[in-house]
Design a protein around this ligand. Sequence first.
Ligand code: ADP
Ligand code: MG
Length: 211
Amino acid sequence: MIQLRDVKKQYGSIAALQNITLTINKGDIHGIIGTSGVGKSTLLRLINLLEVPTEGSVFVNNLELTALKPQTLREARKSIGMIFQHFNLVANYTVYKNVEVALELANVPKNERKLRVEECLQFVGLEQYKHTYPANLSGGQKQRVAIARALATEPSVLLCDEPTSALDPSMTEEILSVLESINKQLGVTIVIVSHEMRVIKSICNRVTVLD
Ligand code: ADP
Ligand code: MG
């Protein structure tokens, strides 16, 4: 379902990644582990083309993203959600609005947005927090809002960049169990980058070690 073929990413004179050929199977929870600076975030961002490879090609759901025009790429990206270590919520938006924004950007009409936002908040167990602002949430709750936002457009793939690295152990468990239920109940393929072997061991069924 996801394939990188002979991918290289160069930043100026630094080769951040080279000779990357990788297949990620549909339905997997696929871990990517490696030391700091090895290129894990770059690799993840190549999958949704937030970073454009210097060489090589990227396929997601049998579409060659590296060959698409901007308009078609925008469309294809709706099937790829992403979450980050520091959640990246909008501080002056409520929980509800933080999720709704994903639907606005995807041009979903207002009358369809409400039901979808509520479904997503319910899935992550935060429906009673919809009027709350991010500053009043715990780290685990913030990450659950980010997950709800990523799920809003019904992606088939969820990319997770160090999703638990800013969280304490109990919140880490909470997030890993939400990710597992997204995989099991919604059938979403998950790619999770981490430098913590414990995280990878606990939920991944396949692992890539980046060297
Ligand atoms: P990791 O996530 O494994 O810590 P990154 O993918 O963030 O690693 O970075 C890999 C390498 O690429 C590092 O040497 C980093 O300094 C470099 N790098 C990452 N992003 C950029 C960028 N936008 N410009 C220049 N160098 C970058
Ligand atoms: Mg990183």
